[in-house]
Design a binder for this molecule. Sequence first.
Ligand code: AP5
Length: 216
Amino acid sequence: MNLILLGPPGAGKGTQAKLVAEQFGIPQISTGDILRQAVKDGTSLGQEAQAYMERGDLVPDAVVIGIIEERLTQPDCQAGYILDGFPRTEVQANALAETLGKRGGTIDHVVNIEVSDEELIHRLTGRRTCKECQEPYNVTFNPPQREGVCDKCGGELIQRKDDDEETIRARLGVYREQTAPLVAYYEKQGLLRTVTGAGAIREIFDAVCGVVEGRS
Ligand code: AP5
């Protein structure tokens, strides 16, 4: 199963992608996580991406397309994958279609997670992320058992640099302008299903599984 999770910053793409990955035994491919790791490691990719990410802008298409093309050749993608945060522009979506076309692959489902702007800002300002395994938490909605410590790996929880209110608003603007048109793009292809991202994490997970399993 090849799945795309679409939605604005803070919609819960990463949270749901991790649950779907566990449930179906397929990898979560998050371009945001890959880029943040590259920044942390100080690689040339990280150095190129850092300023874009800190401003809340998109990293150039050619860079992220290259990352995805390479990642999809890895053996763990054979049985399927969840794309979290990619594609984000029509250029990226076309490049993905072309890459899959060459290999006889397809996208099976595109799940669009919808949440109001007010809720997104509330979620993102309260987000804490594990420095080691990237597990997302929220000080209000999904706190860890021990403050500042990841339940899964014991790593330190940090606040992302792009989770201050000004950068969040910039990211929402970029989403509306450059990524939201993908809703119509995938709708036209008959692949899009929209689920409400408001509600408990497990309820939303059930709705996402419903789409994937053909129950809704
Ligand atoms: P990326 O890391 O992809 O960030 P994003 O799209 O802005 O999405 P987020 O990670 O902020 O949110 P999410 O939807 O995953 O929500 P989460 O599950 O964490 O990208 C970062 C940057 O990298 C971009 O700005 C860009 O510069 C660059 N980049 C990445 N991909 C790129 C690409 N393809 N092209 C170009 N540039 C790219 O949840 C958010 C919070 O809400 C958490 O605290 C969570 O616990 C909480 N939460 C989740 N679900 C619920 C719920 N149901 N109820 C209450 N709280 C909830």
